[in-house]
Design a protein around this ligand. Structure first.
Ligand code: NDP
Length: 386
């Protein structure tokens, strides 16, 4: 029997890698593709849907529905558009769903996937950052297995298979991004093109900029807390991105997961779990690598890491504020409205403004409460001035 799958965010970097793996593992002959979703790139979405013979495609962008329908003409594939259609499509039962929409826009569909999928492969870390308790509770209530797709969290998940749970710390590796060795003065003048040019990973625009600010690592610290509980989490800069993360156990043993920096490794692991299949990733040649480097992160140059600790200490809906403000900061940086270092200043100020309300609320209050906090954080962030 073909395995029923859906991919939300199919046209993005993670989504395209997921489609590539489905294709290599038998495509439409092996998978019963229920839903593919995208937003602006409806030409690619239609192409993917035709190839994988999907039942339904959804674009988040309602203005593109006519173009999507035109691109699907004669295929018999149904098309829909908008946030409501996206949520409904995510409620369609599947064996495996990939959550790879970027940003808090992925939250409602991800919660719907947690109700309808047997396994939820989660790339959309923002869902855990904004509403970790709610997402975990939804998975538990519906018997949905959540598998992390972020390479670091996939590595931790894999390393944990080798221990009995007595973890003493998690070592979350960070490449340090394109500005790893830049001074604050240099960073203040960083351009969008420089921020997007990640040295190791080929990713979407937004996560690439988040890697440059290390907001991505900050989100991952919060994500790790949500996934792996109240364990000590340390960030260690490892420029080569070969060790994807490590777990130290009570006896001092450290288990690491290593591999080439290619997201198809972590996506393929989540797709095939609990088995392992041959994946099209480069194999490591240790003699050619010759060395792996490590150093402590600099919270002075990368304040996002310090802010993540504040968010963990404050709890409640502070993660939703953090992410909402970060997304507003990103929008403003991309628009050329604020400088690179202003992004962290904006997020810090927004966290301060909403600290009392956010820390006393909970994602278990429901999706509406989370989205409300997200909207308030964005509003403050958009109005912020240096
Ligand atoms: P991309 O920007 O490449 O892709 C995002 C996807 O979401 C696209 O399919 C896009 O559609 C769609 N999309 C954009 N806006 C909306 C919206 N408002 N509503 C619904 N869909 C929307 O992102 P990435 O693939 O890089 O990242 C996806 C997620 O995975 C993020 O949460 C990121 O943090 C996480 N992640 C990514 C990694 C990577 O290597 N890229 C690594 C680890 C985690 P369209 O393109 O058609 O407009």
């Amino acid at each position: 029997m073909r395995r029923a799958v859906s991919i939300f965010g199919a046209t993005g970097s993670i989504g395209q890698n997921t489609v590539d793996l489905l294709r290599r593992q038998g495509g439409a002959g092996a998978y019963d593709v229920k839903v593919l979703s995208g937003a602006r790139n409806v030409a690619l979405l239609a192409e993917q849907a035709r190839e994988l013979q999907a039942d339904l495609v959804v674009t988040a962008d309602e203005t593109r529905l006519a173009d999507l329908r035109a691109a699907l003409q004669g295929s018999g594939i149904a098309a829909a558009a908008g946030a409501q259609a996206l949520r409904e499509a995510a409620e369609i039962p599947v064996d495996w769903a990939m959550s790879a929409i970027v940003g808090a826009a992925g939250l409602a569909p991800t919660l719907a996937m947690a109700r309808a999928a047997k396994t939820l492969a989660l790339a959309n870390k923002e869902s855990l950052v904004c509403a970790g308790e709610l997402l975990q509770a939804t998975c538990a209530e519906n018997g949905c297995r959540l598998l992390p797709v972020d390479s670091e969290h996939s590595a931790i998940f894999q390393a944990l298979q080798g221990g009995d749970g007595a973890i003493s710390r998690i070592l979350l590796t960070a490449s340090g991004g394109p500005f790893r060795d830049w001074t604050r003065e240099q960073m203040q003048g960083a351009t969008l093109a420089q921020a997007v040019a990640h040295p190791n990973w080929d990713m979407g625009q937004r996560i690439s900029i988040d890697s440059a600010t290390m907001f991505n690592k900050a989100l991952e610290v919060i994500e790790a807390r949500q996934l792996f509980g109240d364990t000590r989490i340390e960030v260690i800069v490892h420029p080569q991105s070969i060790i994807h993360s490590m777990v130290e156990f009570a006896d001092g043993a450290i288990l690491a997961q290593l591999g080439a920096p290619d997201m198809r490794g972590a996506i393929g692991f989540a797709l095939n779990w609990p088995e392992r299949q041959d994946l099209p990733v480069e194999r490591l040649d240790f003699a050619a690598l010759s060395r792996l480097d490590f150093h402590a992160p600099d919270e002075g140059r990368f304040p996002a890491l310090r802010l993540a600790k504040q968010v963990l200490a404050a709890g409640g809906l502070s993660g939703a504020v953090f992410n909402g403000a970060k997304e507003a900061a990103l929008d403003r940086f991309i628009a050329g409205d604020i400088g690179f270092l202003d992004m962290a200043a904006l997020v810090e100020k927004t966290l301060e403004s909403l600290h009392v309300e956010a820390s006393s609320a909970s994602s278990l209050d429901g999706l509406a409460a989370v989205l409300d906090m997200d909207a308030r954080a964005r509003e403050i962030g958009m109005a912020w001035s240096a």
